[in-house]
Design a protein around this ligand. Structure first.
Ligand code: AMP
Ligand code: MG
Length: 360
């Protein structure tokens, strides 16, 4: 009690002395501003860390957040993800950068943000390294199958005809698109669908927000099949990310295992169980082989990629799903990412490095 009183006096004295100085100096405004920032920072750091949880929809999927912070920042994170979708990534939003770009196909090149060209350059590199297994120009075939709407029950499933698919294939090919520093030229009939990378890009974006926010101690946030972990839990235990069983109806429970992660990581899973339609005993799912236009049949039914980049995890999980086990493992290794796959027989295999994090 006595000590507290003493400290209070000292603080009071300091404030009085600083006030006098402020009046005398020309730089007083700067000092006052710096003090205000310091006070705000101290008040932000001193609050109690609480667990906040939220589940919402954005980017056409579920955004689930668990955040350990001094304030509930989950509404801000959700708003930023929605903003990223509507302003930049969505092909369904006419006013997003991708929406405007798609509308420009066959016309002159359009000016876009450097943010977009830099993202697309990374995607194009992965497309080249995967031999076109990942190709965001697959959009015309995605529209033809319309699996997303059919899986949600908002449109009837119609098997595309061979001629329609061949026609769509003529409008696919990432190498036909010119990407400049701030310009992109899209040939007639072509369009981009960032469904395979957008959720990972959102996770990268969220990670940058969390790093800058002094109110946050730790967080795990999933945007559909892409997950970002950041910082730590108050109890110091690792983040545990469950990997879904792609065929729970055949037994084995909801999960095939989990990843235990500390600090910042990105995990993405691509699977034929996420969005699909069954017809005549055949499964038509949402991950297409851009070479054939048909749902990929590579012998894999689920691919999980763990890496230090959201875009990379998301892009590689899709690319490796299309490539199959052998080429998929080689591609992941090329990018120093860890991979875990489930094949059509139900076998689970994972790359060296993954065993440190995976528990069946
Ligand atoms: P993901 O769930 O990340 O594997 O991404 C699948 C989504 O990306 C689909 O719903 C399509 O919108 C799009 N897509 C499907 N196949 C491909 C592909 N081979 N390359 C790029 N995008 C694709
Ligand atoms: Mg993906």
């Amino acid at each position: 009690m006595i000590r507290f009183q003493k400290q209070k006096n000292i603080i009071m004295k300091n404030i009085i002395m600083k006030n006098i100085k402020i009046k005398k100096r020309k730089t007083g405004g700067i000092i006052a501003a710096a003090m205000l920032v310091l006070l705000l920072w101290l008040s932000g750091c001193s609050g109690q860390v609480t667990e906040y949880e939220a589940a919402d929809t954005a980017m056409g999927t579920v955004v689930w957040q668990k955040v350990y912070a001094r304030e509930d920042i989950t509404p801000e994170i959700l708003a930023q993800i929605t903003n990223l979708e509507t302003e930049l990534l969505s092909k369904r939003e006419a006013d997003s950068e991708i929406g405007r770009l798609n509308a420009s196909a066959g016309k002159e090149e359009v000016t876009v943000s450097q943010e977009l060209t830099q993202l697309l350059q990374q995607v194009w590199e992965i497309s080249a390294k995967s031999g076109g297994a990942l190709d965001v120009t697959v959009s015309p075939a995605v529209d033809l199958w319309n699996i997303d709407s059919c899986a949600m029950g908002t449109a009837p499933f119609v098997l595309p005809g061979e001629a329609q698919l061949q026609e769509a294939l003529t409008k696919i090919g990432y190498e036909k698109v010119q990407i400049g520093e701030e310009t992109i030229e899209l040939p007639e009939g072509m369009s981009l669908d960032l469904g395979a990378v957008g959720k990972g890009i959102a996770c990268d974006f969220v990670a940058r927000l969390l790093e800058r926010d002094f109110r946050v101690e730790g967080a795990v946030i999933s945007v559909g099949g892409s997950v970002v972990t950041y910082g730590s839990k108050p109890d110091g235990r690792p983040w545990v990310i469950g990997i879904q069983n792609p065929r729970p109806e055949e037994g084995g429970g909801s999960y095939i295992g989990s990843l235990s992660l500390e600090g910042s990581w990105f995990v993405a899973t691509s699977g034929d169980y996420e969005r699909y339609v069954m017809q005549d005993g055949k499964r038509y799912h949402h991950i297409l082989n851009p070479q054939t236009g048909y749902p990929a049949e590579s012998g894999l039914i689920s691919v999980t990629v763990l890496s230090k980049s959201g875009l990379l995890s998301d892009a590689l999980s899709t690319a490796c799903f299309v490539l199959g086990k052998e080429a998929g493992f080689a591609l992941a290794e090329d990018y120093e990412a860890y991979i875990l796959v489930v094949d059509t027989e139900g076998n689970v295999e994972f790359s060296e490095g993954m065993e440190r994090y995976f528990t069946p």
